[in-house]
Design a protein around this ligand. Structure first.
Ligand code: NIG
Ligand code: FE
Length: 402
């Protein structure tokens, strides 16, 4: 058998009961206890691509099929709202150098740009598909992914076309760093990103993003790029305050971006801005782990009332992990989150960061996207770090046995 892809069966138009669930996380407070809407001894009914019923096992309606969860926990499929998966090449040497004391800079992106440009469409698509499979096997059912390793009109549009064949949440990140051809003319590159490149990319993307950081784009440039994207119907999100204090977070809130991502270096004014606006703070612990940097302070954000999402930032440079369970474990151990908060952030939080209401929860009407854990509850995701607990995944009602 093919060990690289999970076994799967086609979505069932008939109703399927998943019963004997020890703990069901619905993320719907009206269905169970607490913010996670927890239901003990639960069952779930799926029909086609949707959840049609969730509740106590003893009250479950009659269905065509049944699946015995055998006392395991069910969580909504993880929503990974930030990744960079259209790339080629490998940066093992850069990682090795970092682990011997070198620090992370945006400069490493250039080596992935060169490798990505040299790869054909088939290779880029196959690499993306392999990472999406890797993610699915770890319980992730929704993935956002970005361009940003092309940095010419043709290469950025190509990356987005390839991404759009695999996921609905595609992000135009022509403003990852200044393209090498414009090294001496950053203003000219911003004109390109807001002009011809945007024209070529907007039809393939839902989102526009910018890396607002020293060595990438400053606040004025980021504002121009996000505003131009918005005028073309793209929704803004921002790489903000990753490596230093900067204007990214406040700009994201001002432009009503769905999410400010990283949020590692925050002043009180940044936290206040997030607390007063609608922008989600997306934290990416794989990045600090893999760059030996200080973790963002999730506790400070949560205590201020900010909505927090967790995501992998999967990319070959700063965070080459595809594992949401890993991010949950690190967020709990290192960032002051409770296991319940981390689970919410990795599911409903990611959905909020993508302005999605159909995923990140398991209530009637939601997508039948869920993960079954070989554990009595979701708390084991943090309690048993590094252990592959996901045994089965349903995505759009399609069952994948892992
Ligand atoms: O989110 N911060 C900018 N972009 C990526 C890293 C990309 C890379 O190093 O290749 C990030 O960490
Ligand atoms: Fe990123």
């Amino acid at each position: 058998p093919d060990r690289t892809a999970p076994d799967r069966t086609a979505p069932d138009r008939r109703s399927t009961l998943i019963h004997h669930i020890s703990t069901l996380v619905t993320n719907d407070p009206s269905l169970g206890t607490g913010p996670l809407g927890l239901i003990p001894d639960a069952a779930l009914v799926l029909e086609g691509e949707r959840v049609v019923w969730a509740g106590e096992s003893s009250k479950a309606p009659a269905t065509d099929n049944a699946f015995d969860a055998a006392g395991r926990a069910v969580v909504p499929g993880f929503v990974d709202s930030h990744s960079h998966l259209v790339f080629a090449g490998d940066r093992t040497a850069e990682f090795n150098a970092r682990m011997s004391g070198r620090s992370y800079t945006a400069g490493g992106i250039r080596s992935t740009v060169a490798a990505t440009r040299a790869a054909d469409d088939g290779a880029l698509s196959a690499n993306l598909a392999a990472h999406l499979t890797e993610m699915l096997r770890q319980g992730t059912t929704t993935v956002e992914t970005k361009s940003g390793y092309g940095l010419t009109v043709e290469e950025e549009a190509r990356a987005l076309r390839i991404a759009a064949a695999h996921t609905e949440d595609v992000t135009y990140l022509g403003a990852h760093i200044v393209g090498p051809e414009y090294a001496d003319d950053p203003a000219g590159y911003v004109d390109l990103v807001t002009g011809a490149m945007l024209d070529a990319c907007a039809p393939h993307a839902r989102w526009v993003d910018v890396f607002c950081e020293e060595g990438a784009f400053d606040g004025d440039q980021a504002r121009a790029i996000l505003t131009a994207g918005k005028a073309r119907g793209l929704l803004p999100r921002v790489h903000a305050n990753q490596l230093s204090h900067g204007p990214g977070v406040r700009l994201a809130v001002e432009l009503e971006a769905a999410s400010a991502d990283h949020c590692t270096h925050l002043a009180d004014a940044d936290v206040d801005a997030l607390a007063s606006g609608t922008t989600v703070a997306t934290l990416l612990p794989g990045c600090e782990f893999s760059t030996r940097a200080v973790y963002p302070d999730a506790r400070r954000l949560l205590d201020a009332g900010v909505s927090v999402a967790l995501s992998t930032d999967c990319n070959p440079g700063s965070s080459f992990t595809s594992s949401m369970p890993f991010c949950i474990a690190v967020a709990v151990r290192e960032m002051g989150m409770t296991p319940d908060e981390a689970l919410w952030s990795a599911t409903a939080g990611g959905a909020a960061a993508l302005l999605r209401e159909d995923v990140g929860r398991l209530a009637p009407g939601a997508r039948a996207d869920l993960a079954l854990l070989d554990a009595p509850s979701h708390v084991h995701l943090a309690y048993r770090p590094g252990v592959p607990l996901v045994t089965d995944v349903w995505r759009r009602g399609e069952h994948h046995s892992i």
